[in-house]
Design a protein around this ligand. Sequence first.
Ligand SMILES: O=C[C@H](O)COP(=O)(O)O
Length: 249
Amino acid sequence: MRVPIIAGNWKMHKDVQEAVSFIEEVKNQLPPADQLETAIAAPTLCLVPMVKAAEESPLKIMAENCYYKNEGAYTGETSPYALYQAGIHHVILGHSERRTYFNETDELINKKVKAALANGLCPIVCCDDTMRRRVAGKKVHWVVSRILADLHGLTNDEICHVTIAYEPSWAIGTGESADPDQAAEGCYLIRQTISDMYGDEVANNVRILYGGSVTTSNINALMAKNDIDGVLVGAASLNPETFLQLVHH
Ligand SMILES: O=C[C@H](O)COP(=O)(O)O
């Protein structure tokens, strides 16, 4: 059984004090992690105080990015080794904002995924989809090629620690979510690609999330789809009350 996930991605929002206050407000109102996993990805500066604030709570604290080297002369980068040592065991990689604004390529993301796994981190690998399904015949190849490239060379054991997030670029931060059928179709296509790479048994255990303008209004319809194992939520995860409504949808 794939345990569903409600994950927030704060992006570059909140300072340390705001982040800790959020955790204090939500941490005693979350379901047990074996029923539904809850997670927040936050700016690097907030991570350690958040881990401390979330102790003994089921809430997982995630990094929004990391580098593929554990140490060295890489000014401004974050070590996957140091993240793990600080108690952060999950990291988002390949978000479309990293690809667009910081020129991250599939090759770089593949290196980061491997480095994260080698250090014990569980990556959420984002698979964007830049073309609208209804107008672009080639978008299927886009999603498949992203998955093939970003997960290239992972072993069966490693892929079991990976979660994928299907995020159509046009739905991110626009208020225009993919409709549940479109979202499920993207997630299904990713699962089929993983099945082609690793077989049905592995593919049936990998969790695939949808992200893009998820709100309290559309979460029920999205989560009702078999191929959608959870959501990666940006703007609607910033407010503690709204985050709790999403969790208890
Ligand atoms: O990682 C989250 C996605 O980029 C979605 O962001 P959004 O919910 O603000 O559209």
